[in-house]
Design a binder for this molecule. Sequence first.
Ligand SMILES: [Zn+2]
Length: 400
Amino acid sequence: MAKKATHEQTRIHNTQLVFSTIYERGEISRAEIARVTHLTRPTVSDVVAELMDEGLIEEIGHAPSTGGKRAILLRVDATSRYLIGLDLAREDFRGALIDLRGDIQHRVTLPLQGHDGDAALNLVYALVDTLIAAAQRPLLGIGIGAPGLVDAIDGVIHQAVNLNWRDIHLRDLLEARYKLPVYMANDCQVAALGEYTFGENNRSKDLVVIHIGKGVGAGIVLGGRLFHGNPLGAGEIGHVTVVEDGEPCQCGNTGCLETLINNRGIVRRARALAADMPQSLLNQLVSDPEAITFETVCQAFDAGDEAARQVIYEVGQHLGTAAAYLVGILGGCRILIAGRFLCFGQFLLDAIRATLTRRSLAVLAQASEVDFVSLGGDIVLRGAAALLMHHELGLFPFSR
Ligand SMILES: [Zn+2]
């Protein structure tokens, strides 16, 4: 029995090794695979035949002649499988069909409309149902970026306050319903994986992604591995207190970072500043300060309004303080901002950087970088696909 299990494990290992080698190289011959993997030629041929039977790889013609017989090149057929990626940490639920290169082929957005609890769970089913109906390829599985405290190993959302979810065994529920493998992690961690895997910062071994969705948190990749926390909860910077006796937070504490930079916090500050600055465009865009929304702030910011810029500068200061904590713990690092604040551009980055410089050791601040992620708004969807590909196909050596 034990021997058989070992043989099966070896087979899976070899298959994943050959597949990931083809994936990483783009185009490669059987002989070259044998050379770089140290597998025997017959083993490589067997595995390649199996992967071709499954349609995962294809032959694409001959390599340029090097004198002898011209080798046949292989590559991954990127659209041979689709992956379902879900981003459940926004104002709406988003899902996509994603190919094996991490490119989005089809997307679906369902508005939450204030639903929580079971109604929100039913919306997840509706999202997956819609995606499955649209898929014209075999599905590899489902990857999820979920809000709140997520146990990635057991597939449980322990607490997602916004959705009024507690101890939701989302992985088991989805696996039972769809008979597909399901993997999940916190949205910030998934965002970090997405950037690490598919971003322009490709495989920079250490990076921190501060993701601003409904909440705020950090995903941390160290030495090419995602740092989960033990057993969960790494990077929960949103609930670090930045103002003593500040506004109440939905976590139960007061003055958390999240209370200052979430929609409500931004709007609250904008209304206060608008009252102090009668000339502000904020007052001209709406009938009275109480009607100011996040969108009003964005609009006034785009027009160069002083009060709106002040609001965003302060958001940058709060994020800079969080960045300083991270740099103080991790050392100089690459901090990338993802999520809703991309629209505030260089102005926001400069504010973050200025505060980081003021609040950390000069040498650590100098060794750090602050920038936006390269993947934009799809970062969680594509990160969810990376998580799934890692577990199912042995790609991207980033997990613990
Ligand atoms: Zn809090």
